[in-house]
Design a protein around this ligand. Structure first.
Ligand code: ZN
Ligand code: FE
Ligand code: FE
Ligand code: ZN
Length: 268
């Protein structure tokens, strides 16, 4: 059995672009031998009201109710955590904080998907990449990641090199950005995730890359594992490769959350 027993990143149909009942995600987790899962659907956005990007604020009670039912249904088979994936958008910190305080969470994933209005990882907005300086996009992305850590709104930062998703690559060495990230992540105590969904995208790589992960490991930034499942069969997907990557970077353990605190460290 794989030493990775937790998948901390998966969605529900409430975000408008994921398929399958949460029960099916949980069932797939059981089938693949996981012992713990956490739902992290896209939190309501303050900047957009788009039912194909995230749930609406009015759906939060439905979301929590849904996860509660999965939790009781699978009580003897699986630990079910309640998380959420919230966007980091500068200027909306207070509103995000208020929204996250409305319900109890085991952990909150903070993700950078937007640069101002531009959803740089949205296939519909991919054209915008050709109008931009790729190196500058990378620098801006990493600045936003650091700001998201410093906001202290989040427990885990999601897919910390998502900017590579469509395989637009910088022509300059951005190692100094990653080193600066590592210092800030360590100082703020935030955890990062190893997100296998990049293997299903044009980048064809787990987030983050081995190059970056080595730098985070050297600083002592803890990790979780996530599939970013948008359909049931994605749960736990490619975790063998995620584990291999974590090992190659020098990691020997990952963490589990409960009530927005690191509750346990699992060694392999
Ligand atoms: Zn999504
Ligand atoms: Fe995301
Ligand atoms: Fe996600
Ligand atoms: Zn995600």
């Amino acid at each position: 059995m794989s030493p990775i027993i937790s998948d901390y990143h998966m969605h529900t149909p409430l975000c408008g672009h994921a398929k399958g009942d949460p029960q099916m995600y949980a069932q797939h987790a059981v089938t693949t031998g996981l012992r713990e899962i956490g739902f992290t659907d896209h939190a309501p956005l303050f900047t957009h009201r788009d039912p194909t990007i995230s749930m609406d604020h009015s759906q939060l009670p439905v979301y929590h109710h849904m996860i509660e039912s999965v939790r009781s249904e699978f009580a003897d088979k699986l630990t079910v955590r309640v998380g959420i994936e919230a966007d980091y958008i500068p200027g909306y910190e207070e509103r995000t904080k208020k929204m996250l305080a409305e319900y109890p969470y085991d952990y909150v994933i903070g993700s950078v998907h937007f640069m101002e209005k531009w959803g740089f990882d949205d296939p519909i907005q991919m054209k915008e990449w050709s109008a931009r300086d790729v190196n500058e996009v990378y620098r801006e992305y990493h600045r936003l990641l650091r700001k998201s850590a410093l906001s202290r709104l989040f427990d885990i930062l999601g897919h910390v090199d998502l900017v590579k998703k469509f395989n637009f690559r910088p022509t300059i060495d951005i190692t100094s950005e990653i080193e600066e990230n590592a210092r800030v992540f360590k100082r703020t105590g935030v955890v990062i995730e190893i997100n296998s969904s990049g293997l299903r995208k044009p980048a064809q790589e787990i987030y983050p890359s081995l190059h970056d992960l080595k730098i985070y490991q050297a600083k002592g930034v803890p990790i979780t594992f996530g599939s970013d499942a948008h359909e049931p069969t994605d749960v736990g997907r490619d975790f063998d490769k995620s584990l291999e990557l974590a090992r190659a970077a020098g990691y020997t353990e990952y963490v589990q959350f409960e009530g927005r605190k690191i509750a346990r460290t699992i060694k392999w």
